[in-house]
Design a protein around this ligand. Structure first.
Ligand code: CO
Length: 302
C-alpha cells in the first residue's frame, strides 16, 4: 500500500493505528511478570487496543523460545511466565488501516545478545531505508547485522506490505539478500520484521493452531459452526483467536466447528511456527512509512 492512495482521513487512521499498536506493545510488556499467565496478558492487551479506539488487526500473541510466531494461548494451554524468551507481536487497525509491531523480552537474562541482534538489525534496516533503495539491500543489512552477532536470520519469515484489512501484502521485505532488485518508493507502507535464531534459520509449522482467519463462506449444518461463522465474518479476513470464542462456546463444540470449517476451506489455520533446528528465536518489528527516510509509524512516542 502507498500513502498516495489514501485520503487525508485514511492517512490519519493509519497513523492512529500505528500509535495504538505501539502503546499496546508497551502496555503488554508491562503486564508480563514471572508467575503471571499469558492468557491474562493477551486479554488485557486486546482490551487496551479497543479502549484506545482501535481493533486488534490480529490476536495479540506471545511466542516462546524456539517458536518464532503464531502462538496464542487458550484455556487448556496457558503458559505461566518463568524464564522464557518471549516474542510479543501486536497489531491494531483503525477502519482497516494497520499498525504492526513486535519485540523480544528475555525473562532468563541469558539471551540478551540474541534479542539485541534482531533489534539492531531492525534499527540498521530502518536507517538505510529511503526512496530508491533496493529491497534486497534491506535484506542484506538485516542478514549482516544478525550474522555479526553469530546468529542466523530466519529466511522464510520477513517483513511485509500492509493493505486495508490485509496484513501480508507485497512486497516481502526479506531477512537476507534475496536478490530482489525492485526499489522502494516514497509513500510505501510496510513492516520490517527481522528474526534472529541460534537454530537453522528456517521455520516449520507445528501442530495445534489457535489462530485462524475467515477465507470464504460456505453452508455449514451445525448450529455452533453457523453462529461462529456469523461472528468471525465481522473480523473481515483478519486473523482471530480461538480464545475469543472460548468464552462463548463449549470447548468440544468449538473444536469440532473449527476443525470442520478448516477442512471445508472456510477458515485458514495458522499453526505456531518453530525454528526447524529448535534454536531459540528473537524478533523485532516496526511498521514504517517511506518519506525522505523511514518514518516509524509504530513509535510509542513522537
Ligand atoms: Co508483521
Amino acid at each position: 500500500m502507498n500513502i498516495s492512495s489514501l485520503s487525508a482521513e485514511e492517512a490519519q487512521e493509519l497513523k492512529k493505528a500505528g500509535k495504538i499498536a505501539a502503546q499496546a506493545l508497551e502496555f503488554c510488556k508491562k503486564n508480563i511478570k514471572k508467575g503471571s499467565n499469558m492468557l491474562e496478558a493477551v486479554k488485557k492487551t486486546d482490551q487496551k487496543i479497543l479502549d484506545m479506539g482501535g481493533h486488534p488487526a490480529f490476536p495479540s500473541q506471545i511466542s516462546m523460545d524456539q517458536i518464532a510466531a503464531h502462538f496464542c494461548p487458550v484455556k487448556n494451554d496457558n503458559p505461566v511466565f518463568s524464564g522464557q524468551l518471549l516474542k510479543i507481536d501486536i497489531g491494531a487497525h483503525v477502519n482497516g488501516f494497520i499498525g504492526d509491531n513486535a519485540c523480544t523480552i528475555d525473562l532468563s537474562g541469558e539471551n540478551n545478545d540474541l534479542a539485541e541482534a534482531s533489534e539492531d538489525a531492525l534499527k540498521n534496516a530502518i536507517k538505510a531505508i529511503a526512496p530508491g533503495v533496493k529491497i534486497c539491500e534491506i535484506g542484506r543489512i538485516i542478514q549482516e547485522t544478525i550474522s555479526g552477532y553469530g546468529f542466523s536470520p530466519i529466511r522464510n519469515l520477513g517483513g511485509h506490505g500492509l493493505g486495508r484489512y490485509s496484513i501480508h501484502e507485497k512486497p516481502t521485505i526479506p531477512n537476507y539478500d534475496n536478490g530482489d532488485q525492485r526499489e522502494i518508493n516514497e509513500g510505501d507502507i510496510f513492516a520490517v520484521e527481522p528474526f534472529a535464531t541460534k537454530g537453522h534459520g528456517v521455520v516449520i509449522e507445528t501442530s495445534n493452531p489457535t489462530i485462524f482467519s475467515f477465507i470464504k463462506n460456505k453452508p455449514v449444518r451445525d448450529n455452533t459452526s453457523r453462529q461462529i461463522l456469523n461472528e468471525i465474518r465481522n473480523y473481515h479476513n483478519l486473523p482471530f483467536a480461538k480464545w475469543w470464542l472460548e468464552e462463548k462456546y463449549p470447548s468440544f463444540k468449538l473444536n469440532f466447528a473449527l476443525k470442520q470449517m478448516a477442512n471445508m476451506g472456510i477458515i485458514k489455520e495458522y499453526p505456531p511456527l518453530a525454528d526447524s533446528g529448535s534454536g531459540l528465536v528473537s524478533q523485532a518489528e516496526h511498521t514504517i512509512l517511506v518519506e525522505d527516510k523511514a518514518r516509524i509509524l509504530t513509535a510509542a512516542e513522537d
